[in-house]
Write a protein that binds this ligand. Structure first.
Ligand code: ADP
Ligand code: S3P
Ligand code: MG
Length: 171
């Protein structure tokens, strides 16, 4: 089976919901941020501080180049994966892309909680970035799931169902 790629802004639930989808579906699970962190033995915060965002984006792109050759995976991406068309072109070749959508207030409340998101500090900046990115999430999505007020389990079920339906209807 093709991969299920989860995209969406910081705090949307890609990492959390992705793991549950994998357990429901029997697919493998990879979180691109965790993969990078394990690989370089440094937190995202440290990578941003020491090497800058550009270096992080290069690592993300290198991982997408690897993932384009994999299948049977649920892939939770980082919120910025859509910034590079090359990432999405590679991922889309072998996957169904699901955009997990939520309101900006909920996203910020969740995203600011942990220190691991260097781009989720100032609320004004957070909103601006979201407005810039939203058309990209929509552009690359095969399926859009509204996650507002839904539990992780319900969302995981809804996404599995939507992907099966999408695969059925595709030639
Ligand atoms: N549907 C949901 N309902 C309530 N809390 C959620 C939901 N999805 C995610 N969360 C919580 O929001 C936070 C961010 O989730 P995470 O999966 O890390 O998001 P992302 O990977 O998209 O940035 C986590 O603390 C997670 O437990
Ligand atoms: O949106 C972004 O630019 C980022 C999102 C983060 O992942 P999550 O979307 O899983 O929080 C992480 O990749 C990094 O902090 C940058
Ligand atoms: Mg995540």
């Amino acid at each position: 089976m093709k991969n299920i790629v989860l995209i969406g802004y910081m705090g949307a639930g890609k990492t959390t919901v992705g793991a549950v989808i994998a357990s429901y579906s029997g697919l493998g699970f990879i979180d691109t941020d965790k993969y990078i962190v394990n690989r370089v033995h440094r937190s995202i915060k440290k990578i941003f501080e020491e090497d800058g965002e550009k270096t992080f984006r290069r690592m993300e792109n290198r991982l997408c180049r690897f993932l384009q050759h994999q299948d049977n995976l649920v892939i939770a991406t980082g919120g910025g994966v859509i910034l590079n068309d090359d990432n999405m072109w590679r991922l889309k070749g072998n996957s169904v892309v699901v955009y997990i959508k939520n309101n900006i207030k909920t996203l910020y409340e969740r995203a600011k909680k942990t220190e691991t998101r260097p781009l989720a500090r100032d609320y004004g900046e957070f909103i601006k970035r979201f407005v810039d990115r939203e058309p990209l999430y929509e552009k690359y999505a095969d399926i859009i799931i509204n996650a507002e007020y839904k539990s992780v389990r319900d969302l995981a079920g809804e996404i599995v169902f939507a992907v099966l339906k999408f695969n059925e209807t595709r030639i």
